[in-house]
Write a protein that binds this ligand. Structure first.
Ligand code: FAD
Length: 356
């Protein structure tokens, strides 16, 4: 069994930042992903979405300039736009394979799960590590309503071969806001069913207020304080049953899109194999906060939201830990930091960990 300084579960934004920076800091690094390398942002989230959104933005710019030196009417050709999107996404897994190989990062394909405190197994191969970073991302939360299987995910929306005439979005966060604008610009009749008091509850209310005027102009039907209760399949599409302040309502749709939130994708990891009470407590806390990424090693862990700024700190942390190891200091202080926890004898492990 090979021992690494760092094993990462996932190959998305979090994994890429951590693996490249820790490798550059001299650590031996491996990562595992059961899907093509690249993760959500590059393949199924931010980047493909932005390419598609740029089509909507072009229509918006054209509409605002019409009669002011711009004539004609632009329209979205969904099939062409999807091909343009693929020109950005298709090469990502291949490029990452190459990047990992060229930079001495061992990259494995397969499901990873814990078999011990500091060991994960993938495709029958055991990987031992001083640190294991869980960068497994998120998955759509279960809607827990009859007919939930009829709703497509954001990933499926971003792969649609054609746009239908009527779309219902379940949920009113940023994914619903962006998808609804894009679809409306392409001529789709869009309804957003949002349980909360307003759309985008995590964003500034004044800004959202202005945005809602734009929703109105585009004809997007936003229904707040509306809870979706059931999705029925019909001969021609779907009927979404919902309730607004106790009032039952039905909305007909050709496509129902789940945009009601995502949760950490930890189910397959077999975290119990780590056999650590503190770990389980921390994981439960992090799940409640819906953090998508956790990091941990030894007997302690802390969850944190993956962001570029946090990962920028990783090399600094590596050098702090090297200095501490030389001084033989204990890990109490470090434990409070976002990348945490070592056994008291970890400094000796450190020198024996294999390096490339
Ligand atoms: C539609 C959409 C639009 C978004 N738009 C934006 C945006 O505009 N701006 C923004 O900042 N964020 C956006 N996000 C969020 C952003 O995509 C995520 O925050 C980010 O991708 C999280 O990165 P990550 O590395 O933590 O996980 P991910 O990129 O999700 O990578 C996790 C990887 O782990 C793998 N994995 C999971 N479990 C295992 C296992 N047991 N074994 C092996 N591999 C496993 C998965 O296959 C996956 O490839 C968007 C998300 C979505 C869905």
């Amino acid at each position: 069994m090979k021992t690494y300084d760092l094993v990462i579960i996932g190959s998305g934004t979090g994994a890429q930042a951590a693996s490249s920076r820790m490798r550059a800091a001299g650590w031996s690094v491996a990562l595992v992903d059961h899907r093509p390398f690249g993760g959500t942002c590059a393949l199924r989230g931010c980047d493909p979405k932005r390419v598609l959104m740029s089509g909507g933005e072009a229509i918006d710019a054209e509409t605002r300039m019409r009669g002011h030196g711009v004539t004609g009417e632009a329209r979205i050709d969904w099939r062409d736009l999807m091909m343009f999107k693929r020109s950005f996404t298709d090469a990502v897994p291949r490029n990452l394979e190459k990047y990992f190989a060229e930079n001495g990062i061992d990259a494995f394909h397969g499901f990873a799960r814990f078999t011990g405190r500091d060991v994960v197994v993938t495709e029958g191969r055991e990987l031992k590590a001083r640190y294991i970073l869980i960068a497994a991302g998120a998955r759509p939360i279960p809607l827990d309503i009859p007919g939930q299987e009829h709703a497509v995910t954001s990933e499926e929306f971003l792969e649609l071969e054609q746009l239908p005439a009527r779309i219902v979005l379940v949920g009113g966060g940023y994914i619903a806001a962006e998808f609804s604008h894009l679809a409306a610009r392409a001529g789709v009749h869009v309804t957003v069913l949002q349980r909360a008091e307003r759309m985008l509850p995590a964003f500034d209310p004044d800004l959202v207020g202005w945005l809602m005027e734009k929703f109105g102009e585009l004809g997007i039907d936003v229904r707040t304080r509306t809870t979706v209760q059931r999705i029925d399949k019909t001969a021609g599409g779907f009927i979404v049953h919902a309730s607004t302040d106790g009032q039952e309502q039905e909305v007909a749709a050709d496509l129902v899109v789940h945009a009601a939130g995502r949760e950490p994708d930890l189910a397959a990891l077999d975290l119990a194999a780590r056999r650590s009470r503190r770990y389980r407590a921390t994981t439960a806390r992090s799940l409640r906060k819906t953090f998508s990424t956790a990091t941990g090693t030894g007997r302690t862990t802390e969850a944190f939201r993956a962001s570029h700024s946090q990962f920028r700190q990783l090399p600094r942390l590596a050098s702090v830990r090297r200095r501490r190891a030389r001084r033989g200091s204990n890990s109490e202080c470090t434990r409070r930091r976002f990348l945490t926890g070592t056994q008291p004898d970890d400094s000796t492990n450190r020198s024996t960990a294999s390096r490339h």
